[in-house]
Design a protein around this ligand. Structure first.
Ligand SMILES: Cc1cc2nc3c(=O)[nH]c(=O)nc-3n(C[C@H](O)[C@H](O)[C@H](O)COP(=O)(O)O)c2cc1C
Length: 160
């Protein structure tokens, strides 16, 4: 799966990404850290919110964190392009997992943007979460959602 995931367009061969695996006991341990963080931010947090955080990383047996590694000194390749590469990694990982018969979901939520959580996950100052890819055995068929009509998104450019 990871071999497929790293096979992405990557301007300048920067490899602006890495993976962190969360599985087994680590999933619940991270959930407890999220609960602590939520309580630190809001001691009155609702029990339902705390429960959601506790289970956030325990729905699937495996979560792969796709970390975007964004070197601020790299002025040759725009940062947005390196971030897009990390996004491609998330999508490639999703597709690889699904092609192998697993269910996979690309999620973020507040933990992806919280400094303290990024610290707990071991991210450096120049790193961001591109996605948490949750991977497991599908129990139900994923509900379909409305998709955009590509024709409505297409225009022709003509010389003004
Ligand atoms: C960067 C990114 C972050 C996402 N984060 C969430 C999330 O936190 N929660 C959520 O329900 N869906 C999130 N989604 C959407 C799901 O990945 C997915 O598109 C949605 O559940 C519908 O699945 P489908 O597109 O396979 O039908 C995110 C998508 C992207 C691209």
């Amino acid at each position: 799966m990871l071999r497929s995931a790293v096979r992405v367009p990557d301007h300048g061969k920067r490899v602006p990404f890495r993976f962190v695996r969360i599985e087994g006991d680590a999933r619940d341990a991270l959930g407890e850290r999220l609960v602590a963080r939520t309580l630190a931010r809001d001691p009155e947090a609702a029990p339902a919110a705390l429960d959601k955080d506790r289970k956030r990383f325990s729905h699937a047996p495996l979560v792969i964190v796709v970390v975007a590694v964004l070197d601020a000194d790299d002025t040759a390749i725009p940062e947005v392009e390196r971030l897009l590469t990390a996004g491609c990694v998330c999508f490639a990982l999703l597709q690889a997992a699904q092609a192998m018969g697993f269910g996979a979901s690309w999620l973020t939520g507040w933990p992806a943007f919280d400094e303290a959580v990024l610290d707990v996950l071991g991210l450096g100052a120049q790193e961001r979460i591109a996605g948490f890819i949750h991977i497991g055995t599908p129990r139900i068929e994923a509900p379909e959602r409305e998709r955009p009509d590509p024709a409505s998104l297409l225009t022709d450019w003509r010389a003004p």
